[in-house]
Design a protein around this ligand. Structure first.
Ligand code: NAD
Length: 471
């Protein structure tokens, strides 16, 4: 029986391995992590992450051929294929701080693999890493390895949070990069055989190692760039009377462009887009390509601009001050169908409003009080462009309440900001909400999910991103 071990039981390691276990009953899959807390959750009915369909997949194979454990060394030493899916955040100190990927977790995983291995292994980069990381990993593995052979593959993950299970069941592509040597090609075949249990052959792409590593960074940069492009256009729409939904529809009808990822919003978030673009910027700079670095930096600059623009719109619409005014925040996760708040635009929007002394009442169906408290008090790394909002002091949290119902959040509020596109926000009883709010009652729709005309008929003053403004 082939044995797989995945180091890192996070948003990627957990779902990807659960799907491999489900689709490949003949393979034993162990997901290991240094966090006892996370592993306990994976072994309970309260999984550590919210992802539609994940519960069902885990229940069907946990204890059969899917195991979650903190016994990292045992499972790594027994595995034929070791995936490494540890976090690769942006470095906060030292060389490359604020841009380069922090590979501390990766390096420690690689050293441990080298130490505990007693047989040849395929080591798979599942984390998103800078191009050329495999070269460094090879050095660490072979230096410590007592003659044991390792083949490194790059197999970046393209799932999107919120749709992870359907993305994994039906991926647009699976990308596998490896060495062009016979051993490298043999390793690629072994990993292809795993995915071939359910992924059609023409969707499994094989490349050299560096193309696979760089493709993941490139894909995230292109996706984020589309969002920043449409968001930049939304500012121009507001200035001219054009409607960004109509513009996006017209632009997306061009088959060379296509309709996806063209929704204007308060900005992109999540743990990957900004981090991966910063990483790309750093790699360009290190390779003597400052103009290319500058090009990609603008994607983040526009994203920060869009978040600030939204805050400024809220404050200026509410007679230039939100001091001591209650504002309901609907949605805190960085997108719908996830409880993940990493780099969510809600953090910067809330901090901006708190900076103007607003009182916030926050509701999100999947985000906990602890997460919100941590996110609003955490010091954020100050990158070298002027648009970053200042970190808040812990006392600011007293200005914030977290409630478990949108109606409760809106009660007595002067304004309502929709920051996540949860489906339930489309069908709220806005008449009831209007009646419970202070007047004039404002809605600032950061995701363009509500029907602005219907809300205006009720009596709201409505701001939607990239749409003609109320008189
Ligand atoms: P995560 O923080 O949710 O999970 C990483 C896990 O690795 C943590 O539970 C941590 O405890 C564990 N870990 C760290 N060092 C370890 C070690 N030495 N031994 C055992 N466990 C260790 O991160 P994530 O969101 O799953 O992302 C993982 C990687 O995948 C990152 O490189 C990310 O960029 C990439 N990625 C993420 C997504 C996404 O949507 N979240 C999508 C594609 C790719």
């Amino acid at each position: 029986m082939v044995k797989i071990c995945c180091i890192g039981a996070g948003y990627v390691g957990g779902p990807t391995m659960a799907v491999i276990a489900l689709k490949c009953p003949s393979i034993e899959v162990a997901v290991v992590d240094i966090s006892q807390h996370r592993i306990n959750a994976w072994n309970s009915d309260q999984l550590p992450i919210y992802e539609p369909g994940l519960d069902d997949v885990v229940k069907r194979c946990r204890g059969r051929n899917l195991f979650f454990s903190v016994d990292v060394e045992k499972h790594v030493s027994e595995a034929d294929i070791v995936f490494v899916s540890v976090n690769t955040p942006t470095k906060t100190r030292g060389l490359g701080a604020g841009k380069a990927a922090d590979l501390t977790y990766w390096e420690s995983a690689a050293r441990m693999i080298a130490d505990v291995s007693k047989s040849n292994k395929i080591v798979v980069e599942k984390s998103t890493v800078p191009v050329k990381t495999a070269e460094a990993i090879e050095k660490i593995l072979t230096h410590n390895s007592k003659g044991i052979k390792f083949q490194i593959l790059s197999n970046p993950e393209f799932l999107a949070e919120g749709t992870a299970i359907s993305d994994l069941f039906n991926p647009d592509r699976v990308l596998i990069g490896g060495r062009e040597t016979p051993e490298g090609q043999e390793a690629i075949k072994a990993l292809k055989d795993v995915y071939a249990h359910w992924v059609p052959e023409d969707r499994i792409l094989t490349t050299n190692l560096w193309s696979a590593e760089l493709s993941k960074l490139a894909a995230n940069a292109f996706l984020a760039q589309r969002i920043s492009s449409v968001n930049a256009m939304s500012a121009l729409c507001e200035a001219t009377g054009a409607d960004v939904t109509e513009v996006s529809y017209a632009v997306g009808k061009d088959t060379r462009i296509g309709p996806k990822f063209l929704n204007a919003s308060v900005g992109f978030g999540g743990s990957c887009f900004q981090k991966d673009i910063l990483n790309l910027v750093y790699i360009c700079e290190c390779n003597g390509l400052p103009d290319v670095a500058e090009y990609w930096k603008q994607v983040i600059k526009i994203n920060d601009y869009q978040k600030n623009r939204f805050v400024n719109r809220v404050v200026s619409s509410m007679f230039n001050t939100v001091s001591n005014k209650k504002i309901a925040i609907l949605g805190f996760a960085f997108k719908k169908d996830t409880g993940d708040t990493r780099e969510t635009p809600a953090i910067d929007v809330c901090k901006g409003l708190l900076g103007d002394k607003a009182l916030l009442s926050i509701y999100d169906p999947q985000v906990t009080i602890d997460q919100i408290q941590r996110d609003l008090t955490m010091n954020k790394f100050d990158w070298d462009h002027p648009l970053h909002l200042q970190p808040m002091s812990p006392t600011t949290v007293k200005q914030v309440s977290v409630v478990w119902d949108a109606y409760e959040a809106a009660k007595d509020a002067h304004g309502l900001c929709i920051l996540t596109e949860w489906d339930e926000f489309k069908t709220l009883d806005y008449k009831r909400i209007y009646e419970s709010m202070q007047k004039p009652a404002f809605v600032f729709d950061g995701r363009n999910v509500v029907n602005a005309d219907q809300l205006r008929e009720i009596g709201f003053i409505v701001y939607s991103i990239g749409k003609p403004l109320d008189a």
